[in-house]
Design a protein around this ligand. Structure first.
Ligand SMILES: [Zn+2]
Length: 267
């Protein structure tokens, strides 16, 4: 599933490529992805509108159109975006620009969703969303843990606790911090939370620099893979030697999600 670095990459690339461009057509192959309004209304409201800007909140892409309308894309587990000259193979909805380029929302499993809304801040899942990790300083980050007792890995992935962190970057950050993903939030010393904070931020920033991790369907908007896979230190490295101590990396299911860790380095 695309996480903060992947969605940030897409938002930055789209900003460069589609800002100021007018959408002249909407081609809907899979109606299921368009939520809350009929596809016909969706189409007629969008056609003729120019893109003002593209941004991100958590794992959500926000495309601001003219007339205070917002296109909200949630890629969920199997969605990706491609800007090309044709309707792509798994295109569910495609937006045609006046220069004939198409922004394809592709989705193999159709769990993604697309909304057209005038007040995106009022969407329930946006209202409940926790802070953006890259906007927090160390003190603000540590404050989030007050009164929390959940296991650290599912806590970091909880979008109401912190926005944008998912399965890959929670594991990579905890390996970096030397913290066992099953430790509960009430067991940490201040220095450990400081370590988690710095590891989380450096991991997210590095992954943005490398344009994200392509292990599933995620691609950059030109269809190329993100460049972060060679920098993953634990994710999907079961039985391979830990890069610090050579102990074989273990896989454990924690809160229903596969989790990779070094049983020696992560306490
Ligand atoms: Zn180790």
């Amino acid at each position: 599933m695309p996480e903060l670095p992947e969605v940030e990459t897409i938002a930055r690339q789209l900003t460069k490529k589609i800002s100021g461009k007018k959408i002249v057509g909407v081609i809907t192959t899979r109606k299921k992805l368009i939520k809350e309004i009929p596809p016909q209304t969706f189409q007629s409201k969008i056609e003729g509108k120019s893109v003002k800007e593209v941004s991100r909140r958590g794992k959500v892409i926000i495309i601001k159109l003219e007339d205070k309308l917002f296109l909200i894309f949630h890629l969920r587990i199997s969605g990706w975006l491609i800007l090309s000259k044709k309707i792509e193979k798994f295109s569910a909805v495609a937006f045609r620009f006046e220069d004939n380029e198409l922004l394809n929302f592709c989705d193999t499993r159709l769990f993604g969703d697309i909304r057209l809304i005038d007040n995106w801040q009022k969407l329930p899942f946006i209202k409940k969303m926790g802070p953006e990790p890259l906007d927090l300083n160390e003190r603000q980050f540590i404050k989030l843990f007050a009164g929390k007792k959940a296991k650290i890995k599912p806590l970091l992935m909880n979008q109401e606790f912190l926005a944008g962190v998912g399965n890959i970057y929670a594991q990579e950050s905890l390996f970096c911090a030397g913290i066992h993903p099953e430790r509960t939030a009430d067991t940490f010393k201040r220095e450990e939370l400081e370590k988690i904070y710095h590891c989380l931020l450096s991991t997210l920033k590095e992954a943005i620099k490398k344009k994200g991790t392509s292990v599933d369907t995620y691609r950059q908007i030109d269809g190329k893979d993100g460049g972060y896979v060679p920098f993953l230190k634990v994710y999907r490295r079961e039985n391979k030697p830990c890069l610090h101590c050579k102990t074989p990396i273990e896989r454990k299911v924690i809160a229903g999600r596969g989790t990779y860790l070094c049983p020696h380095c992560q306490m």
